[in-house]
Design a protein around this ligand. Structure first.
Ligand SMILES: [Zn+2]
Ligand SMILES: [Zn+2]
Length: 247
């Protein structure tokens, strides 16, 4: 179902403000009261530099594609991320995924929005990378949707949580190399042509490890005849660092 400016969202925004006033948040980095991430801890975040590969955000010394992306054409047009995984961002992602922390979700969405606004992307529809039904039931919410909803709202674009579905569960990505990860997520997504045909998509997820998930999700959208796809994630890990679950 597509929604543009749901009243419920504005209401929950207001309620979050009330909650923050009654129970002020504590910084996830240093514990100081007042903000979810204080200015000092924000300053320690390792931001992704401007000089990165447009497909995988790997650092490149001159503008252009990195050696491993030079000869490939992923199903999305461009990928951007806010920061490298680690430090206070690692804590924040943990709270986003496992602690039902709606306050940090809004803060992180604001960070990601800065990256999106720095690009001149034409977007019709915001699509969070979905969880499987089972996983969604276990967790109670989709962390990617928690990022995507405030972003769609701020951009004044529609969001859909039904345009793209995760039709089967992939086994954990932990410990798999790039090729195994690509194999592991192949065919796990399905997109609805009625919702995505001809639409330019902003695909949103929390973490990018090898890009296998984003690539598979974008592939399903393209198979359903979507327009151009721009992908963003809050953070990106090092390709050599497989200690996090890419989901
Ligand atoms: Zn702090
Ligand atoms: Zn690359």
């Amino acid at each position: 179902m597509m929604q543009a400016y749901p009243f419920g969202y504005r209401l929950s925004d207001f309620l979050q403000g009330v909650m923050d006033w009654v129970f002020p948040p504590h910084c996830l980095g240093c514990g100081i009261e007042g903000e979810n991430i204080c200015p000092d801890c924000y300053a320690t975040i390792k931001r992704i530099p401007a000089n990165v590969c447009p497909y995988c955000a790997a650092y490149v010394s001159t503008k252009g594609y990195c050696p491993s992306c030079k000869n490939r054409k992923p199903p999305y047009t461009q990928y951007r991320a806010f920061a490298y995984y680690g430090g206070v961002i690692r804590e924040a992602v943990h709270n986003l995924k496992y602690q039902n922390d709606t306050g940090i979700a809004r803060v992180l969405a604001e960070y990601l929005l800065k990256v999106i606004r720095s690009e001149n992307w034409e977007i019709d529809l915001v699509v969070p990378v979905p969880l499987s039904k089972k996983k969604l039931q276990q967790r109670g919410y989709n962390q990617a949707e928690r990022l995507a909803r405030p972003i769609a709202w701020a951009l004044g674009k529609a969001i859909s949580t039904t345009a793209l579905l995760r039709i089967r569960e992939n086994v954990s990505q932990v410990g798999l190399d790039l090729n195994s990860r690509r194999e592991n997520v192949r065919g796990v997504f399905e997109a609805d042509p009625a919702e995505v045909k001809g639409k330019r998509i902003l695909l949103v997820d929390d973490v990018f490890t090898t890009g296998a998930t984003i690539e598979s999700a974008a592939g399903a959208l393209r198979a359903a005849k979507s327009g151009l796809i721009y992908a963003v994630t809050l953070c990106r890990s090092d390709f050599n660092n497989f200690d996090i679950q890419n989901q």
